[in-house]
Design a protein around this ligand. Structure first.
Ligand SMILES: [Zn+2]
Length: 303
């Protein structure tokens, strides 16, 4: 198979020798709340002090499909869901802050976008800081991997919190509204990232399996007019991890789905970054990465 000629992110189609450039989309990123965690837990050799883990979310504008959300951050429903034990333990551990005005829904509405007009939401994984806003988008179709969805639905309501999941945040019709990307979307092979899924079958958004941190986690590879972006969710927390292959404190293994999968996913991102330094790799909670990317108002022409 010949290498991609004109595609900076290097995608080779398995079924087609003809390489097309990625279809460009627009991207906006911002935060919807945050929690606190020790830097020394997020990365080996980190400081003992607590750092903010912002709940990053994204608004993607696709030329035909319209608005697509990348995760949905926190909402005040987090407080409700963690009011009593045992889920309260989760809130005590992560110290979450979210105000109504900072939710994805409020930010969209301040920009004149109704939550009812959101038809597509990509769910990287089902941890509470990524799916907190799902209930605000009743007309949306969700996109996730079969593994992520099944693992989440199989968790008992009582112990789900210990895996970062709060079932109260999930719509009751979650299964019916979720398209299983790894079953429905065409598969493509990337020379470094391996198999990934062409979400709309138009080479605009590729969903890349990045399991380990959570079961069936997926990242998103896309390209704007300015540059390629690889949104990697929680495949690592701080950029030093994928840049230098530095792992989190082993204590977090308790919360991870698979440590070996986590390391394999991180290795892929590390190699991708080395091969494509022009691409912006975005770990959801890395403030050093995201601070220059977020803007106070929704503007889809900056990134
Ligand atoms: Zn997570």
């Amino acid at each position: 198979m010949k290498p991609s000629r004109n595609l900076s992110v290097g995608i080779n189609k398995t079924s087609n020798e003809h390489d097309e450039p990625m279809k460009k989309v627009k991207l906006y990123l911002n935060y919807a709340g945050h929690c606190l965690a020790k830097e020394s837990e997020a990365i080996q050799g980190g400081r003992g002090q607590k750092i903010k883990f912002h709940a990053l979310w994204g608004l993607i504008e696709h030329p035909e499909k319209g608005w697509i959300l990348y995760d949905t951050g926190y909402t005040e429903r987090f407080y409700e869901a963690t009011r009593s034990y045992p889920s309260k333990i989760y809130a005590q551990l992560v110290k979450t802050t979210i105000e109504e005005k900072d939710t994805v829904k409020a930010q969209l509405e301040a920009h004149g976008i109704s939550a009812l007009d959101i038809r597509h939401v990509i769910i990287t994984h089902f941890h509470a800081d990524h799916v907190g806003g799902l209930l605000d988008f009743p007309n949306a179709q969700f996109y996730a991997s079969r593994k992520a969805l099944e693992y989440t639905l199989d968790l008992s309501s009582i112990f789900a919190f210990s895996k970062g999941v709060l079932k109260e945040l999930l719509p009751t019709d979650l299964s019916e509204r979720t398209i299983l990307v790894d079953e429905v979307c065409p598969k493509t092979s990337h020379p470094i990232l391996g198999e990934m899924y062409d979400l709309f079958e138009d080479e605009s958004l590729y969903l890349v399996p990045l399991p380990g941190h959570a079961a069936g986690q997926m990242g998103v590879l896309l390209e704007t007019q300015q540059r390629p972006y690889f949104l990697i969710a929680d495949a690592c927390w701080l950029k030093k991890s994928y840049e230098e292959m530095v792992f989190p404190n082993p204590i977090v293994k308790l919360f991870f789905h698979s440590w070996s999968d986590f390391k394999a996913s991180l290795q892929k991102i590390h190699r991708y970054h080395q091969a494509h330094p022009e691409a912006c790799v975005v770990p959801t909670h890395c403030a050093e990465t995201t601070a220059p990317l977020v803007q106070a108002k929704i503007d889809l022409d900056v990134l």
